[in-house]
Design a protein around this ligand. Structure first.
Ligand SMILES: Nc1ncnc2c1ncn2[C@@H]1O[C@H](COP(=O)(O)OP(=O)(O)OP(=O)(O)O)[C@@H](O)[C@H]1O
Ligand SMILES: [Mg+2]
Length: 321
């Protein structure tokens, strides 16, 4: 059985802008699965729906349509008193900005202890021991456990957040841009740490990132999203340089320089919002307006996602089987 199955998930929001209102399809008909012990990399530019998909998977939000199943059961089948126990703590999320994700008045120990207190039946002594063990695992020495969140550097605090996410022995971590608020040198350390933790435990990751290099380093398979939809998917990382979608090719060609391209992604986002590709009712390919290969058919009709060879699917009219 697959660990996670996302089945035709859709999430739309009502948007009101300049007196107009419309429905924005943040996630549009997304399906994929994730195997136990694997890392799926989810890549795409700002606003394409990555975090929304992450929230649907962790059950923080419900899809407008479709379903997300964890070990065969819907993640939304919550009881009145909260999440059903089999899922409690089993899917955890790590966020981009660790300073936003924690209570600044908590110490590292309190941050990691909180989920244990809520979800695990441990004695105080067992809990303290578990906290120390978790902090050691992520490279925070015992002597630092009484430091407050605000006293840590970004990289150290992200380590504490990873320890907290690991506290209740999760099976799946949804890592939402865990590196993007960190220095490049610290990014590499956190990436290594995530790789080690995954190899050690029976853990699976959904790694959300703008950073194709980071995804290449850690992921076993890749999903490329644009305008709320999956554009391309490879099940085997060895096909990385053979990805074919025009949007993926653009991402691949911008690897060396995109770290300094804050402005570029802003512009890209505004272009695409102007195009309204995420508006409910838009029926063409979301990438049409920016695609160097786009033809009339792309404007008229959304390309179906289809298999072009073993382990590779694309949604593009211009790619032959
Ligand atoms: N609660 C909400 N209400 C209205 N619109 C939303 C909401 N959450 C997300 N959106 C919109 O849905 C789209 C997808 O947003 P999302 O945050 O999932 O993108 P993202 O790929 O994570 O972007 P980034 O890389 O900047 O984090 C965006 O246009 C965003 O403005
Ligand atoms: Mg996001």
């Amino acid at each position: 059985m697959e660990l996670l199955e996302v089945d035709q998930a859709e999430k739309s929001y009502n948007i009101r802008k300049f007196g107009n209102s419309y429905r924005l399809m943040a996630v549009n008909d997304v399906s994929f699965s994730l195997k136990k012990g694997s890392c799926v990399g989810l890549v795409g530019e700002s606003g394409c729906g990555k975090s929304t998909l992450g929230r649907l998977i962790t059950g923080l939000e419900k899809p407008t349509k479709g379903q997300v199943r964890f070990l065969g059961e819907s993640v939304y089948s919550a009881t009145k008193r909260g999440r059903k126990l089999p899922f409690a703590g089993k899917i955890q999320m790590v966020f981009q900005d660790s300073y936003d994700a924690v209570n600044p008045r908590y110490t590292a120990e309190q941050i990691v202890e909180e989920p244990l207190r809520n979800l695990m039946h441990l004695s105080v002594k067992e809990r303290k021991m578990k906290v120390s063990e978790l902090l050691r695992k992520v490279g925070i020495p015992d002597s630092e456990k009484n430091k407050y969140a605000m006293e840590f550097s970004g990289g150290q605090l992200q380590r504490v957040c990873i320890a907290r996410a690991l506290a209740c022995e999760p099976q799946l971590l949804v890592l939402d841009e865990p590196l993007s608020s960190l220095d490049v040198s610290v990014q590499a350390q956190i990436l290594n740490l995530l790789g080690d933790i995954k190899d050690e435990g029976n853990l699976s990751y959904l790694l959300i990132s703008h950073d194709l290099e980071a995804i290449y380093y850690l992921a076993d398979s890749i999903i490329v999203m644009y305008g709320g939809q999956i554009m391309e998917q490879i099940d085997d990382i060895s096909l990385f340089y053979e990805m074919k979608h025009p949007y993926t090719k653009m991402l691949l060609s911008s690897i060396p320089s995109y770290r300094n391209q804050e402005e570029k992604s802003e512009t890209a986002e505004s272009i695409w919002m102007d195009l309204g590709v995420q508006k409910e009712g838009y029926t063409g390919c979301p990438y049409y307006g920016r695609c160097p290969e786009g033809k009339e058919v792309c404007k008229q009709k959304r390309p179906e996602i289809r298999k072009i060879r073993k382990g590779q699917t694309v949604a593009c009219h211009m790619i032959d089987d």
